[in-house]
Design a protein around this ligand. Structure first.
Ligand SMILES: C[S@@+](CC[C@H](N)C(=O)[O-])C[C@H]1O[C@@H](n2cnc3c(N)ncnc32)[C@H](O)[C@@H]1O
Length: 320
């Protein structure tokens, strides 16, 4: 059962700004042909019953539906009552030839009996939790013996170390180290404040092993991020729009700074580090962002981030 002081995700994902963020981030998150391979690798079959914990708007439901939904059942669970009712409404668009149920519930105390479903999955939920080990134990509790637990989570700490390349500005070693140092302290701070582990992706196999799950295996997202003129494919259009938005965003807003300050300081960073970081952002905004916007307009801008560390990890509950 959930302990009183066990912190859960403190973000209210039903708020429009977060919902918008989730919708945008999910547009090209996994490749469809890779999803087909993962479904095979996991062993999804028509007629199965699967639970999606922290389902949000039901992304994992519609993404995997065609591999288990025919004659099967999707159970979306989320802590937000508002999201659950919205998700139920939009599920009519994708729940065909099978059924779906939507429940308000907490991952630390799922509203389902022991050993009752074929698989249970989550995506970008463990990274927000104070006790991901307890969450995995609860996922394991509801899955049948021989059933599968699936966790899809990034390692954003490693992601912040990517060097990449872009045609406007090549970060210096000092700049890269500064970005990583801030990200490192920020990640440590989040953990200390009980707000989850941004680098959880790299710990998934161990978490599953410690939960006594068997046949633990892991794969990485194969999306490679880049933007290449003339930005005409849907993915390229989306990417160029996102860069525009990013270049126009004001990172020096008080609310953003307050969040960053709180976490970086809790994670061992200093006020000096923060000052250096904000000066760097200001400088980027003045000299780099405007140039990127011009180059994008002229369709000259090229950038390459490479792959991101975003994992799909599976483990099987022992046969009884
Ligand atoms: C980052 S969103 C991910 C949504 C969805 N899995 C996706 O990938 O689009 C995290 C979701 O987990 C839900 N959540 C947060 N804490 C939870 C908890 N303790 N139990 C169940 N759901 C929770 C949030 O309301 C939110 O919808």
């Amino acid at each position: 059962m959930k302990k009183k002081n066990q912190k859960t995700d403190k973000i209210d994902w039903s708020k429009n700004e977060y919902k918008k963020h989730i919708i945008e981030e999910r547009k090209f998150l996994w490749r469809e042909d890779s999803i087909e391979l993962y479904a095979k690798w996991i062993g999804l079959k028509s007629g199965m019953t699967g639970v999606d914990v922290g389902c949000g708007l039901g992304y994992l439901g519609w993404t995997f539906w065609k591999y288990f939904g025919k004659g099967g059942k999707y159970i979306g669970i989320d802590i937000s009552e508002k999201l659950i009712s919205e998700t139920k409404e939009i599920s009519n668009d994708w729940v065909k030839e099978g059924s779906a149920e939507f429940l308000v519930g907490d991952i630390y105390a799922l509203p389902l009996p022991d050993s009752s479903v074929d698989f249970v999955m989550c995506q970008t939920l463990l990274m927000h939790l104070e006790k991901p080990d307890k969450a995995i134990a609860e996922m394991k509790r509801i899955v049948k013996h021989g059933g599968i637990v699936i966790c899809m989570e990034p390692d954003n700490l490693s992601n912040s170390m990517r060097v990449g390349y872009n045609s406007v500005h090549q970060f210096s070693m000092e700049e890269l180290l500064l970005i990583h140092k801030v990200q490192f302290c920020w990640t440590e701070g989040r953990k200390k404040l009980g707000e989850g582990d941004w680098g959880i992706g790299s710990k998934l196999p161990k978490l599953m092993h410690d939960a006594d799950l068997k046949d633990v295996d892991i794969r990485n997202n194969d999306i490679v991020k880049f933007v290449l003129p003339p930005y005409e494919t849907p993915e390229q259009k989306d990417m160029s729009q996102k860069i525009k938005g990013y270049c126009k965003k004001h990172f020096d807003k008080k609310a953003i700074r307050k969040e960053v300050d709180e976490k970086v300081l809790a994670g061992g960073g200093s006020r000096y580090l923060l000052r250096k970081y904000y000066n760097f952002l200001k400088d980027q905004k003045q000299h780099v962002s405007s140039k990127i916007l011009q180059e994008l307009k002229k369709k000259h801008y090229y950038a390459f981030w490479g792959s991101s560390f975003f994992y799909i990890c599976i483990g099987r509950k022992k046969k009884a």
